[in-house]
Design a protein around this ligand. Sequence first.
Ligand SMILES: [Zn+2]
Length: 390
Amino acid sequence: MRRGTNSLEVKRLNRNRVFRYINDRSETSMPDISAALDISGPTVLTIVKELKDAGVVEEVGELQSTGGRKAKAIAAVKDVRYAVGMDITANHVGMVYTNLERKVGAHERIRRTFSCTDTYFQEIGEILEEFIEKNQVPGKKIEGVGISLPGIVDRQENLLTQSHILRLENISREKWARYIPYPCELLNDANAAALAEDECCKKPESNMVYLSLSNSVGGSVILADEMKSNNGIRSDEDGGAMYMGNNWRSGEFGHMVIHPGGRDCYCGKKGCLDAYCSALSLSRLEDGDLRAFFGKLESGHEEYRKIWEEYLDNLAIVIDNLRMCFDCEVVLGGYVGNYMDPYIERLRAVVAGRNIFGGDGEYVRVCRCREEASAYGAALYQIERYISKI
Ligand SMILES: [Zn+2]
């Protein structure tokens, strides 16, 4: 706990811990909470009463008991708040909604070509409203919309400072949210996807590097719980789980140079990872159809096999570099990550050959969160903001 934390702050932190404990389970009891969090029975009683009064916790019957008085079962009111995530890409809009349960309620992906025009912003407002209506998400309970964008996002200013893919600079939240009648937050797409991955396979004690292999290559560094409270590391004030850097540009792994003087990258440099391992580098061979590329690869297309081997070799260079920097699990996500399962052992073998500390490359794995990870993560971000205020 930080120095100078006063008793009000302790009360707030305890209340928040109790709520999270309840919310992470389908049901629990006050004696369980007291034992698990090491908070006295009377304090838990007071906190639970406050949470019930606030409408975020309810009694849901009695727990089975092995003797003595039955404890009251309590649970979080999962549908007290909802959030929607929207993933904006050059050609699509992806959407996911969730609530305090943090599961994907529904997801959808619509083809819509981005243009920085009022018509487009109006359109995404309408698409969002249709999605909300179709899935009967109660509008009054929507905490907010997380908007995931392929570019650098200044979280403090809620500003997309730069996006090569969308060919934009300095587009504010107000512009994105002009036709969205809910509070909006802007997030980088790889950061959002990493939040979703963190949710899908929570390992609170472990750090994680997420490498997003989509039409551009991005990434994110997720900190283990113990690191999140370390004041020496700047993390996102609201989410608190991610290393953001001094200028919100951390995790731009796509522009690490793997071949000096190599292929041209859209950023202006030569030899960036992005020029070798973006999904586009594969899908452009099939007119933008990545599925077709992998289909032909699996049916034994000789030229594609060579291209793919080269792809894995290049990827292994960066995976090894990331391991050297961060000494943690490296998770492969994004469009290509979704096709990586059959090839992960091959990749691990290449990676193992590079690792000076030995091992079999087991620290590399394929993402588990597959459907609309960025939109889902953006929705989770809004839910986390809500929970952090409880
Ligand atoms: Zn580059």
